[in-house]
Design a protein around this ligand. Sequence first.
Ligand SMILES: [Zn+2]
Length: 419
Amino acid sequence: MLRKTVYFFILSLFLSLHAQQCATYDLHQHQMENNSQYQDGFLQSENLARQWRAEHPADDGERALLLTIPVVVHVLYKDAAQNISDAQIASQIDVLNRDYRALNITYLPPYFDSLKADIEIEFCLASVDPLGNPTNGITRTSTAGGQILGYFSPLGEDAKFDSLGGKNAWPTDEYLNLWVCDLFPGLLGYAQFPGGIANTDGVVLTTTSFGTVGNINTLTPGGRTAVHEIGHWLGLRHIWGDDNNCTGSDSIADTPNHTVSSQQDCNININTCANEDPFWGLFDPTDMVQNYMDYSNDTCMGMFSKGQKQRMHSFLYGDPNRNALFTSNKGCSYVGMENMEDVLFSIYPNPTLDVLNIKWNKNENARVRIINLSGEVLADYLQVEPGEGMDVSMLSPGIYFAEIYVSNKTVKTIKFIKI
Ligand SMILES: [Zn+2]
């Protein structure tokens, strides 16, 4: 009998975690019921964020600080196709920067357009790894796969541990960890809400719903699964309130109530609830299927609301682990990586006493920034010719990085030693 009960428990958990394209909420529910450490951390984070909102009642989210979050992408692959290209990863970072800065162009009815928010968060691939070494912000792990039929899944969090065929997280108060792997069929991604367990903090995405180039699922051509999941990672709930009626809420006033999620389509005229938050007064808006926190097709998504921005900011400023990202010195290796493989670099002499020469195989000038181990920029040379020597005699003896931008797109970080 006991064995049968356990079996049904595992089966129902398995089904609930894999029945939807996003497993964030179901995983959260499971953790709240079974993991007291998760429960304590989650509730504490919610309280801190709520307190922050109470202390900033007039805050409409229009804050001055721009946060750039260092990202590490852990690629877990069973075959060559799953070992996605640098270009596919760069395309995802580009989408995040476009959508979180509200730089995308998507049709929105006027009553939603006025609510569209610039979240004032940017993302870049990390330039320094946890040991202080230069990195391109990508790890690649050949694996036999996850624990369920060779697929990764939220059950057991196998993507996030070396010992389970995945890759251990980099310190989650310094990096946003993104794992890209072959998730159980039908599941596109899942995230952990703020306040959860540190070594599982981050976002897991299935290989075919990551970025905009490469082998991409037709439901997710726009890289917006990651936009959605990072929304959860910053404290956002699904826009329909994870229930099947108009009473549940995402705790945000300016997002209309929905009965259920949109059906992976772009029905912009659907209106499943008439009783909206008081924010809307007598006006009954359509469902906000254009919101990233719905389940619409990527092609019609295009906004976070101002209320969602305030909620994300409340975790960013109120939760100590999210707030620590403001002081992370793990840097940015580059904004975009187009043609990175085409550009070869050499640096000499290394170690150097006074002059550093960097050569690259493109006939154009580069921008070179000299950065110390703390991430401070000590020199910024804007127009460096290939092979031109740069004076580094002013540096104290030690380890530094030269960060090189070509065409404002391609950049490489090279470690050098000053003697
Ligand atoms: Zn979700």
